[in-house]
Design a protein around this ligand. Structure first.
Ligand code: FAD
Length: 1066
């Protein structure tokens, strides 16, 4: 699952001392030129320090050297080229000039880019590197430095930053630091001088009003330190911030780290009345509790603020509700107190609780107290600095403690009434929907989809145990030396419920990126190398220990867990807007709701795919509505039709497919799929039609409708996606649902009842034909480039065969040329009726042209995959069908002029275009027929409803004999056509597309005209309204009419049928 990708290389690279040395060399060279003989290392110490001066890059924020190395690896740029470009020109090179503000950012990027390109012999995206270097993600102050600066200032010492920096394009200097932390800030770009020029240091000392001997300077670059030391300033070389802070602590003689890990001074908005609290504690703890009360705030506790208290010998933790108006049932500290007390008695490691104070007069809100439990909290789930075996042990301990929580005997622990029994997930889904709605600030599409999807995919069976509700690594306190969990923290969301929700919750970090702002994740880590179990392994470990079978719908639990986090983050965000958030980062975290909901939706989609992937490939035959056909290999009786139907039910025939002529005869899983499709149509597609139609007539018509995109996501999550790929093309169900043609015929008919439906299920022409072409004939590279995005519904495609200047019903007439030239194919031609080419998502054109006009008639043609952004493709105009443009795909008239395509874009090989066309258009064309049955059914249904309700000449239309006759005629014709469609599909299933040629030709001859007649009758019964866009009839009619050409003219199919029929008789 996790590969040894660029990240691993990156890590190794960053560890390499060579790189660090190389980076420093830039500056060494620079300094040597200017300060020869001026070195003097001094660490003489002594005296009292009054000021600490910090360099910025490499001391307070990550060094540019690291950023450059990371960027080079990610962009496949040879290592060290940035460095070379930077030193190039020395003192008068673009970099040094930029830092002295002698050139603008634009000039710098130009000159630097040129130098860099010369060195690397290729064009380099210098802007992208510069953006990364100055991005918020990278340029972030190290927390250990923030802590140290706070402590230094708390002791009355001064602080300064002395930085070689530059101006940003917005005219501000690059200083991603809180200036309030420093008494003095000296920036090279403002002063026009750079370190190690002595003037920089002197300026800084002057502004601080300090002597060199009273100051300490921290930098990661030797030359800068040497220059400072030569002035008599004490220096610390920074290799890594942690070690540097320790060294600084020694020099200053006081601690720079908070005595209590993960704490900080209490935030202004989170202050609590100390006097009142002190009095309360003294009463509680007895008279011996004297001395000043020390109060710090834990970084933890986004939701319920948590404080560290030291009073005399007592070390306590106080947890309280946040101030302000709270969402219903949230922040129940009373419950936390109760569960921790009960679990401690049941042997679960939790901090020892001491007291619950529900009187808001004491500190403003209810709170409870527990003993402070020293230990380690691992905030980074990749557990940096540990050995793989230690990491494995930590995750195993985490897993075990979860099992322990889930194994608590509710009755013995007195927790039977701690929550409701059963339906936990259903209730949780509703709770979080409600919480989300209460704090909603704007519409987030994936949240909306999840709100619909989750309630209809709830797990059927659930156990009831204690659930923690937010079980993750950084809510566990570990023994500092062993992998023992000393305490499970933060029980705010605990209740009785489905334990698997906790397991899923503890795997969230596995799917978050390492740079995730709230909490680093493991998504881009090599877990095997780290020794950390994958989410699947972690889940299996849990099941094994609990003695249960792994659940199938694990994806549901993950989707739910991410949804819940998204809803929580939205609450935090909403509170941050009203100024009551308990964390300074609340606003930032709230904005991550959308990110989390997208992750949740990915799991919903996975769950949808799991459902249809698990349908058996061979369909057990059930019920009475089917007959079976003999395969071609069986001996034929002379004069008989080749594929007679048979009612033989011997097992030998079972796997060969069945002519199921009504949906009731489908196998159980396909019947279920059919039902779900119908429900989806009722619930989502038909109601969306007015809006979709409105979009097609609006000014935005050439832009895909966002509603279609939304419905596509929903369909994916239901597993109603790529149903069209027949099992014989995709036997391993690698790309699609693996249905037989007969099975798909029933589903495709349902999709045909709405003109918008096929695209929503990724089952629309011409993409389906093109996808099947790629599955059958594409190389692995072609599949990766085109098939996968098409299957994902991310892009669309078109098919260009028809030409205005020749009768294109005879494809041998096609004149467009495909010429080989210098290892490329060059295309020239004039095409029209290219459906879908105007869609902005259309990225692929399957082009048919002649590679060899002198070859035998059916070997002159070839098919090429042409990327739509290839120069030379000119869309002349959109064509209309009865005045309709069919936006956003449309039908384009297109010129291909000197369009140059790599040779590997040829499908199958030159001269094989006809062969492919047969393969492509077999199943693809009968899909149209399947849909035409759907058009007709809907038209007849509308006609019946209208005829029953409309009165003319004193009675409903339905009592008019002509109307009755039309209804009867339509029913009969639909049934006839459907049987023929099913038969063609059936023969394709049992004997292949080639053998089904006659049946395919027959149905293509029959279906469009039948649909055309049925919709025409329906329109007639509707009166003028039938021609309007208030009903889909007019569009069905034009589509059916167009399909009498688009699928090849009727006459051509008729000629084909006659030819085959005549052959048969002879
Ligand atoms: C809505 C729509 C979408 C389309 N989409 C695409 C697309 O995406 N890509 C693409 O390449 N093309 C597309 N087409 C074009 C379609 O494939 C062609 O229109 C069709 O192949 C006929 O070619 P033609 O228009 O050149 O007619 P012609 O070949 O000129 O034929 C004209 C008429 O001649 C008669 N005729 C032809 N052959 C015979 C015969 N053997 N016996 C008796 N009479 C005959 C028929 O009446 C026929 O209608 C589309 C067409 C429509 C209407």
């Amino acid at each position: 699952m996790y590969s040894l990708g660029p990240n691993m290389c990156l890590r190794r690279l960053l560890q390499s001392a060579q790189l660090q040395r190389a980076w420093r060399a830039v500056f060494v060279k620079h300094v040597q030129g200017r300060h020869q003989g001026a070195w003097r290392w001094t660490h003489s110490g002594g005296g009292t320090y009054r000021a600490v001066i910090f360099d910025m890059g490499g001391v307070l924020i990550p060094s540019p050297g690291r950023v450059a190395a990371e960027w080079e690896v990610q962009n496949h740029i040879p290592s060290g080229t940035i460095l070379k470009a930077l030193i190039s020109g020395g003192e008068n090179g673009p970099w040094m000039k930029f830092m002295r503000a002698e050139i603008t950012t634009e000039e710098f990027l130009q000159k630097f880019g040129r130098l860099w390109s010369e060195i690397s012999k290729t064009s380099v995206p210098v802007d992208s590197f510069f953006s990364l270097l100055t991005s918020e993600r990278v340029a972030k102050q190290f927390p250990v430095m923030t802590e140290a600066i706070t402590q230094i200032r708390a002791k009355g010492l001064q602080t300064a930053v002395l930085s070689n920096n530059f101006y940003l394009p917005n005219g501000k200097s690059f200083l991603p630091l809180d200036r309030k932390q420093f008494d003095v800030v000296v920036e090279s770009c403002l002063e026009g001088v750079c370190k190690p020029d002595a003037r920089m240091y002197k300026l800084c000392l002057e502004r601080l009003g300090r002597q060199p001997s009273e100051s300490i300077f921290l930098d990661d670059l030797g030359p800068n330190l040497k220059a400072a030391a030569s002035l008599g300033i004490h220096t610390i070389k920074v290799h890594d911030p942690e070690t540097a802070v320790k060294e600084l602590e020694t020099l200053l003689g006081f601690p720079l780290r908070m005595a209590v890990p993960n704490t900080r001074p209490v935030r202004k908005t989170m202050e609590i009345p100390k006097d009142s609290l002190e009095k309360y504690l003294k009463d509680l703890l007895g008279t011996q509790a004297t001395g000043p009360l020390e109060l710090l705030q834990f970084d933890h506790g986004q939701s319920n603020p948590t404080y560290y208290i030291r009073l005399a010998k007592h070390q306590l933790v106080l947890r309280k509700k946040p101030p302000g108006t709270l969402l219903p049932s949230a922040h129940a500290v009373e419950r936390e107190f109760r569960i921790m007390k009960a679990l401690a008695n049941a042997g679960v490691p939790v901090p020892k609780v001491l007291d619950l104070c529900e009187d808001s007069r004491v500190i403003g809100t209810p709170f409870y107290l527990m003993e402070y439990c020293p230990g380690l909290i691992y905030k980074d789930p990749s557990l940096p600095g540990l050995e793989p075996s230690q990491r494995q042990a930590i995750y195993t301990a985490m897993n075990r403690v979860l099992c322990k929580i889930h194994s608590v005997d509710l009755k013995a622990a007195g927790l039977e009434d701690y929550g409701k029994h059963g339906d936990y997930i259903a209730r949780q889904v509703q709770t979080w929907i409600k919480q989300y709605r209460a704090s909603e600030t704007s519409t987030i599409p994936p949240m909306e989809r999840l709100i619909e999807w989750l309630p209809v995919h709830l797990p059927r069976q659930q156990q009831t145990t204690v659930v923690h509700g937010d079980f993750r690594l950084d809510n566990l306190l570990f023994h500092p030396e062993t992998a023992e969990v000393l305490a499970v923290l933060d029980w705010e969301l605990s209740t009785l419920g489905d334990p698997l929700a906790d397991v899923a919750s503890s795997c969230l970090a596995h799917y978050l990126p390492s740079s995730f702002p709230i909490q680093p994740g493991l998504r881009d880590s090599d877990l095997t190398e780290l020794g950390i179990p994958t989410a699947e392994e972690y889940f299996r470990m849990y099941c094994l220990h609990m003695g249960i079978r792994p659940t199938e719908n694990w994806n549901f639990y993950m989707a739910f867990s991410f949804f819940r986090i998204a809803a929580i983050l939205q609450g935090v965000y909403k509170r941050s807007l009203t100024g009551h958030a308990s964390s300074a980062t609340a606003e930032q975290t709230g904005k991550l709701t959308e990110f989390m909901s997208n992750l949740a939706w990915d799991f919903a989609v996975k769950e949808g795919f799991r459902v249809f992937k698990e349908m058996p490939a061979t369909k057990p035959l059930t019920r009475s509505h089917h007959t079976r056909a003999r395969p071609q290999s069986l001996p034929r009786t002379p004069g008989m039709r080749s594929y007679v139907t048979s009612t033989d039910s011997s097992p030998a025939h079972v796997s060969k497919g069945a002519l199921v002529f009504s949906p009731e005869g489908l196998s159980a899983p396909v019947r279920e799929l059919y039902q779900r499709l119908k429900q989806f149509m009722e619930r989502h597609v038909y109601p969306a039609e007015p809006e979709l139609q409105h979009h097609q007539a609006s000014a935005e018509k050439w832009t895909p409708s966002p509603l279609v995109e939304d419905l596509k996501e929903k369909a994916k999550a239901e597993g109603l996606w790529n149903l069209f790929l027949p099992v014989e093309t995709d036997p391993e169900k690698k790309y699609g649902a693996g249905l037989t043609n007969v099975e798909y015929a029933h589903l495709c008919e349902v999709m045909g009842t709405s003109l918008y439906a096929p695209e929503i299920f990724n089952c629309s022409a011409p993409d389906t034909g093109n996808m099947e072409l790629l599955v059958r004939y594409g190389t692995e590279e072609q599949k990766a480039r085109w098939l996968i995005p098409l299957l994902e519904g991310k892009v669309r495609s078109c098919f260009a065969m028809t030409e205005p200047q020749v009768a294109s019903s005879d494809a041998t007439n096609i004149e467009s040329s495909i010429r080989e030239e210098d290892g490329f194919y060059v295309i020239n031609g004039h095409k029209w009726w290219v459906s879908g080419i105007l869609d902005p998502r259309c990225q692929l054109c399957v082009f048919m042209g002649k590679t060899d006009p002198h070859a035998p008639r059916h070997q002159q043609q070839s098919m090429l995959l042409v990327p739509m952004d290839t120069p030379g493709i000119k869309i002349i105009r959109p064509l209309t069908v009865y005045g309709l443009e069919d936006a956003p795909g449309g039908h384009g008239e297109v010129l291909f002029e000197q369009v140059c395509v790599p040779k590997e874009n040829m499908v199958l090989g030159p001269g094989r275009g006809f062969e492919i066309a047969q393969g492509r258009l077999g199943p693809g064309r009968i899909h149209h027929c399947m849909r035409l049955i759907g058009y007709s059914e809907r038209a007849l249904a509308l006609m019946k409803a209208r005829a029953k309700s409309r009165m003319a000449f004193g009675k409903p239309l339905v009592e008019q004999g002509t109307v009755l006759a039309d209804i009867a005629q339509s029913r009969v014709e639909i049934e006839q056509a459907r049987l023929l469609v099913l038969k063609a599909a059936h023969v394709m299933d049992v004997a292949g597309n080639k053998a089904a040629a006659l049946d395919i030709a027959m149905i293509k001859m029959v279906a469009p005209s039948m649909a055309y007649r049925v919709t025409d009758r329906a329109i007639q019964a509707f009166g003028a309204a039938g021609l309007s866009s208030d009903y889909p009839l007019a569009q069905f009619f034009t589509r059916a009419r167009a399909l009498r050409f688009a699928d090849g003219p009727d006459e051509v199919h008729r000629a084909a049928v006659a030819k085959m029929e005549l052959k048969r008789c002879s």
